[in-house]
Design a protein around this ligand. Structure first.
Ligand code: E4P
Length: 232
């Protein structure tokens, strides 16, 4: 499973992209509305940083408006994927955009039937929202599994993005279900780093190594020799 970052913040993308774990990003109007600066420049900068698909969402309520906005967003950067909200007009716009060769991420999908329609309209990605299902006391892992089973059994090729991720267990569930992507806020990606045994283990390794100062000198010398040879 690939990891995307779900954000409108360039600073967050800079931070997490440096880990080398990101394959793409998703933005949405709410996330971008929180940021200062030009939204187009933000999307372009995120595209440069993640060097993979970056979703930017249309806001028009009309089919032609969605198509026009989608084409304009796509021209911002070759990595832009046009995000289209699920609805009848969104399906029609997705069909037109994908017929033009523009990748579409159909968003706000909450059921297998919606996912089937999104996939049938040619959407490259279908975004299924986990947190918002849990918020209304619907088990998001059950729904995500039904969506994945339905699309796979139906021979649909759209990739499933687990979205509205609220905690690390959502990401694990998405991977176990077989979703191709989880788009994850920076906060959750940071939470995924932590385990007390990792921190304690690293500290013990450091202390044991420091108890043998001659070993420290040996490793420094080994490294410096290699650097000197590489520089010559
Ligand atoms: C997905 O692409 C959306 O941007 C996002 O996951 C929405 O998450 P939220 O429910 O936390 O707003």
């Amino acid at each position: 499973m690939r990891l995307f970052i779900d954000t409108g913040s360039v600073a967050e993308v800079e931070e997490i992209a440096a880990w080398g774990v990101l394959s793409g990003a998703t933005t949405n109007p709410s996330l971008l509305a929180k940021e200062d600066g030009d939204p187009g420049e933000i999307v372009q900068r995120i595209c440069e940083l993640v060097r993979g698909p970056v979703s930017a969402e249309v806001v028009s309520q009309e089919v032609q408006g969605m198509i026009d906005e989608g084409r304009a967003l796509r021209e911002l950067h070759e990595h832009v994927t046009v995000k289209v909200p699920f609805c009848e007009r969104g399906l029609a716009a997705t069909r037109a955009l994908t017929d033009d060769g523009i990748p579409v991420n159909m968003t706000l999908v909450f059921s297998p039937t919606q996912a089937l329609l999104a996939a049938a309209s040619g959407a490259t990605y279908v975004s299924c929202f986990m947190g918002r299902l849990d918020d209304i006391s619907v088990d998001s892992t059950v729904v995500l599994e039904e969506i994945a089973d339905t699309l796979r059994a139906g021979g649909m090729t759209s990739e499933i993005i687990a979205a509205s991720v609220r905690h690390p267990e959502h990401v694990v569930a998405a991977a176990r279900i077989g979703c191709e992507i989880a788009t994850t806020p920076a906060k959750v990606l940071r939470q995924m780093l932590n385990h007390p045994l990792t921190e304690a283990g690293a500290e013990k390794f450091r202390q044991d190594w420091q108890s043998r100062p001659e070993f420290g000198a040996w490793l420094r010398e080994l490294t410096e020799k290699r650097l000197a040879a590489a520089g010559s």
